[in-house]
Design a protein around this ligand. Sequence first.
Ligand code: CP
Length: 308
Amino acid sequence: MLFKNRHVISMKDFSREEIDYILDIAEELEPVARGEERSRLLDGKIISLLFFEPSTRTRLSFEVAIRRLGGQVLSLGSVEASSVMKGENLADTIRVISKYADLIVLRHPLDGSARMATEFAAVPVINGGDGSVHHPTQTFLDLYTIRRESHLEGLKIAMAGDLKYGRTVHSLCYALSLYGAEMTFVSPPELRMPREIVRELRKKNIRVKETECLEEIIGDIEVLYMTRVQRERFPDPQEYEKVKNKLKITGDLLKSADPELKILHPLPRVNEISPDVDDTPHARYFEQAFYGVPIRMALLALTIGVIE
Ligand code: CP
């Protein structure tokens, strides 16, 4: 398998065999991610973080991954302090940063911006989330969490919340289809999974069910992947107000759950998981955020070519 100089833009660019290999490398790097072992794999490498949208986990876990592997971070900082404010376009920004860094991590609000960046980059580009389309490093860490905390093959999973605009669930359901998962989509009608994704899954003989009600399915699933209703993606704020509180996980709801149920969430959450869930053995979302570090270490090391 060849990863050196590859871009990481969409889960669709990776075969199941490649995904499994990346998860294996992340597992090997986990002691380094936890600070229990030291590594200089990225010694002398400079990685640029270009974030045109807010982020806590993606940006900081990339930073931790780079530093724990002995590399250096070149951050654009705030967009307001950059020449983007003078009207510089993304293509020129990418062309220039390619001259400074060995790899670029890009988060951008426009659908397709990461793919577009690869046309102007002389170094690998890792997509840190573009518009409502792709967030592959999140999906890799979600798969890693599921493999560590449950199992991937034939998983019974429900994805709940904003399935219309949620880039994490769009990438995740494609990736899980490679493992024959059974998927239930839970959302208000206004936020249903896009029809083309449901059609594509059914064409691959993936069992897909749709409902508006968490209570109906909570006893039949092994993983519940909850998502935030994203105010920033709604063209009409009134539409957001109508749906923002429709789905919520509470301690009471979990009384009907399988004792082994794992709850994941890409975070940030607003109020879709009540705080009384945090101390239950079901809650795995903070550990999931940590798993972003070994996964991003693996992707950096493979695409820069210091691990084959
Ligand atoms: N899950 C995720 O992408 O979080 P951030 O927006 O904080 O990076």
